[in-house]
Design a protein. Structure first.
Length: 323
């Protein structure tokens, strides 16, 4: 009996060794989350018995899961890259550090709100694929213009855009840059209409003030903006007629020497106070010399308004001529 028991223990030990190696190999994968199978599992997979077949099945399953995990991680990195591309550096650093509830206030920035109308007619008259191609071209031109003027541009639902200057990097001339972008985007739309025989109209409102940006969402992260300047810019945009660029009193006071404005009978409300609204007039530099959409690789087809330094130089030349 003792001999039989002893032999049974030895046989059981021999029988259990492959199973124990299989268990150890799978446990190592689970604990370490290694991309490569453990040596024990690899060696066992070379066997020609049932344990080897089972080990090979585990190895193939692990490789499949590793491939899928790699794809998920790549997509996650791509998503984060897109998310971070329009975020202030301080927000990116805090997010990478593990924070998820990140709220930052910008004391002074300028917000441009844009709406395109008569969109439905264009989508009805053209083929769906052709329309998508044209809209992508228009969208790319907007983003390239925003990059040139150093504004962060966000595309909203309903063919609306909001652009902010002073969000990622502080700019003393944030109001001028927002006005310049509005003019560039209007020119892009007009050139787009000439090229494609479309009738899109452009409506823009601009305001300066404080805004708040933050990462919102516990499951799907997104960067959201809110604040009084955003609200006032949107309200100003709603009062703009076709191809009008309207600015608030705050913006007007910052750039009135750089552009020609006309007072309107429109007003917006801010904390119970009524604010005047000004119309940016179309100047000689804001015309359509060609029917092409400006891109980042090419210089904008339309001349931009003079900077403060250029305007001072012109005034000095005029004064010298009078003398």
């Amino acid at each position: 009996v003792v001999l039989i028991t002893f032999l049974a223990i030895i046989l059981a030990s021999i029988f259990m060794q492959p199973l124990l190696r299989l268990i150890a190999g799978t446990q190592q994968l689970s604990v370490s989350k290694a991309r490569e199978p453990s040596p024990a599992l690899t060696n066992l997979a070379n066997a020609s018995d049932e344990f080897g077949e089972l080990a090979r099945t585990f190895t193939e399953l692990h490789e499949t899961m590793g491939t899928q995990l790699g794809r998920v991680e790549a997509q996650n990195q791509e998503y984060l890259s897109l998310l971070f591309s329009n975020l202030p550096d301080s927000v990116v650093e805090r997010f990478r550090g593990g924070e998820r509830r990140i709220i930052e206030q910008v004391a002074r920035a300028t917000v441009l709100f844009v709406r395109l109308s008569d969109y439905a007619a264009m989508m009805t008259d053209a083929d769906a694929e052709e329309t998508a191609t044209l809209l992508n071209e228009l969208d790319d031109a907007f983003y390239e213009a925003a990059e040139r003027h150093d504004l962060v541009l966000f595309r909203l639902i309903g063919q609306q855009y909001v652009a902010v200057c002073g969000l990622i990097s502080q700019r003393l001339d944030h109001a001028r840059r927002a006005v310049d972008l509005a003019m560039s985007m209007r020119n892009i739309v007009n050139n787009f209409n000439l090229t494609n025989d479309s009738t899109l109209t452009f409506h823009a409102g601009i305001d300066s003030g404080s805004i708040v940006g933050g990462i919102i969402g516990n499951h799907t992260f997104s960067y959201d903006l809110w604040g009084n300047a955003l609200h006032i810019a949107q309200e100003t945009k709603n009062r703009a007629t076709a191809n009008e660029i309207l600015v608030t009193q705050d913006v007007y006071q910052q750039v009135q020497t750089l552009y020609t404005f006309t007072a309107t009978d429109q007003t917006v409300r801010q904390f119970g106070e009524t604010l005047a609204v000004w119309r940016l007039e179309q100047s000689a530099d804001d015309r359509l010399p060609s029917a092409s959409i400006a891109t980042a690789e090419e210089e904008p087809v339309l001349a931009e308004p003079p900077t403060a330094g250029e305007e001072e130089g012109d005034l000095l030349e005029e004064a010298a001529d009078h003398d």
